[in-house]
Design a protein around this ligand. Structure first.
Ligand SMILES: [Mn+2]
Length: 315
């Protein structure tokens, strides 16, 4: 694997760069991409961020921090994208053209010419911070805000077990750039639309326990989104609900994407590896946070998951 300095040098030598993010974008894939885009634009490079899905409204402010320009790419990077399938349909045209992938998923399957993965980093944004430093670039308030979005969202605002002293050290440097900390935290971790709250209420009502309360499952169906009048990409944090319950070791969220296609989020506690469960279905992720897609009817999908949990945990 190349060093951070080598990665930084390669980036400095390129122009006309596309930065691709993963579908159903989260704060880390977007914060990483926007921070890198802004840093590269500040040294007069052409650069733009692409995403298959619309950007959730709470992350839209980052779009204001970059110049929008049209050009053909000379170099294509992906940030926080563990697998080529996660780019989503609209970006699949680039799937065999990715020059560099910067990521922190242990399950990354090295689809790019150059892959830089650091699974010890809580967020890809931590790695981007170090790359920008290695480029010898100053980090301005806007770049720092994007990096903070990435780091804070992937750590559940510094609560999850992936949070390290280094995470806090980088956050310290970012906060020192005068970012609007209270406002960003409130936008990301407190504010909820009435529509989102009403979907959450419906989701709580679907909660089921299995294996004597060690596994909790919730479901989110398209019909709930329709009745609340909200789109899927405006809903975040749903997947963290089941693991919050005392005694639950595996929290599973089954989210209907379209008819007979479900996106699964698995959140686990210390002694259970979420990747082991998700990879059975072609997914991946982190030890405590995994994801995969499963086709079928809801009940069928749930049974497949519970059977896998039973096997993997010996319950
Ligand atoms: Mn991430």
């Amino acid at each position: 694997m190349k060093t951070l300095l080598e990665i930084a040098d390669i980036l400095k030598s390129k122009n006309c760069i596309y930065i691709l993010t993963h579908q159903y974008p989260d704060g880390d894939t977007l914060g990483s991409a926007y921070a890198l885009c802004r840093a590269l634009q500040l040294i007069e490079k052409k650069c733009k961020v692409l995403c298959h899905d619309p950007i959730p409204s709470k992350f839209c402010f980052m779009n204001e921090y970059v110049k929008q320009e049209d050009f053909d790419p000379e170099y294509i990077i992906s940030t926080d994208v563990a697998d080529i399938k996660l780019l989503g349909e609209k970006l699949l045209i680039y799937s065999d053209k990715i020059n560099m992938c910067i990521d922190h998923h242990m399950s990354n399957n090295s689809y790019a010419d150059i892959t830089f993965v650091d699974a010890m980093s809580a967020a890809t944004a931590e790695i981007i911070y170090e790359i920008i430093q290695n480029m010898g670039m100053p980090i301005d308030e806007e770049t720092a805000s994007c990096l903070y979005v990435g780091i804070s969202t992937d750590t559940g605002c510094f609560k999850y077990s992936n949070t390290t002293a280094k995470t806090h050290k980088i956050a310290y440097e970012l906060i020192n750039k005068n970012i609007n900390l209270a406002k960003i935290n409130s936008e990301l971790f407190e504010k909820k639309s009435k529509e989102a709250l009403s979907v959450e209420y419906m989701v709580y009502n679907t909660l089921e326990y299995f294996f004597r309360g060690k596994c909790a499952v919730i479901k989110l169906m398209q019909s709930m989104l329709n009745s609340a009048g909200i789109s899927d990409n405006e809903l975040e944090g749903i997947a963290s609900i089941p693991r919050q319950i005392d005694g639950v070791k595996i929290g599973i969220t089954i989210r209907e994407k379209k008819s007979n296609l479900f996106k699964i989020s698995v959140r686990t506690t210390e002694d259970i590896n979420a990747i082991e469960i998700c990879k059975i279905f072609g997914g991946g992720g982190h030890p405590r946070t995994g994801g995969c897609n499963i086709e079928g009817e809801f009940e069928e999908v749930k049974e497949k998951l519970l059977k896998t949990v039973k096997n993997k945990c010996g319950w």
